[in-house]
Design a protein around this ligand. Sequence first.
Ligand code: FNR
Length: 322
Amino acid sequence: MEITNVMEYETLAKEKLPKMIYDYYASGAEDQWTLNENRYAFSRTLFRPRILVDVSKIDMTTTVLGFNISMPIMVAPTAMQKMAHPDGEYATARASAAAGTIMTLSSWSTSSVEEVASTGPGVRFFQLYVYKDRNGFKAIVLTVDTPFVLPPNFSLKNFDELNPGKLDKTDDPGLASYFAGYAVAQDNNLITYISEGFLTAEDARIAVQYGVAGIIVSNHGARQLDYVPATVMALEEVVKATQNKVPVFLDGGIRRGTDILKHWLLIGRPVVFALAVDGEAGVRKTLQMLHDELELTMALSGCCSLAEITRNHIVAPWDPPR
Ligand code: FNR
């Protein structure tokens, strides 16, 4: 079957994966109100396309923390990718590098930092905890997540050396505090912190005060507190609070190139589902489809470069009627 958009990978992944694993990847918190809203909020943000513009050449390149990337789409950290496909994080790393974009490796990955770095060149960020050995990784993305249960035969490779017996199964209710304690052992040579999980101006201001290099507006893929707003609804508040001092990114519910014109972002589940269906080739295709959809959206909206995309190109749900 020819895949034509990233949502189709989710349908196929649902057929292929054991129910427990599919549910772990797909689900959101409680009533899943925020999970649905992450998606619907995009559909309430509309375009104001400009047509009297020469769009014969479209440039989608940009930089993130000084690293050049091919498009404003990056791969968010998602835990335990080997449950989706035996190649797991290796496949995602290779596909992200081939697409010319940044992969963020989760601390709760089923491949270690060293293993992923050994897949070859590519800019990679590392999420959550600060390790002494950061070879091959350029920035740290800090997140607070909740404990969960890891099926047998999978292990959290970045913690193997610390305490293999204890961490093979992450159903220990004390795990969060164990990790929190580990995070205190921070290394002063750390290159950069990007902080993830912001939804309010108050927190964004504090993060900027503390010197973060960037902020990711995120509700963790709607997996934690239900009935928080969709990330796209919180974006403007956070952007205003940062007063352009740091770049602001967003994740949650991005499934289309049209979503991307509206904002700058990372994708989580689309990578996992494509990985489950077709390994590295699936992740490559997902990134390619989003790239092509964004290119078309830019052309049809009259934007030749990312710098030309302005607030005037969209109507947000809360904007006054024009
Ligand atoms: C996540 N997310 C996540 N975030 C993080 O900082 N560390 C992690 O280990 C994980 N693990 C994880 C697993 C799975 C299965 C999902 C779906 C998500 C959150 C992730 O980085 C991102 O915020 C969301 O996935 C973005 O939403 P979408 O694109 O999945 O809708």
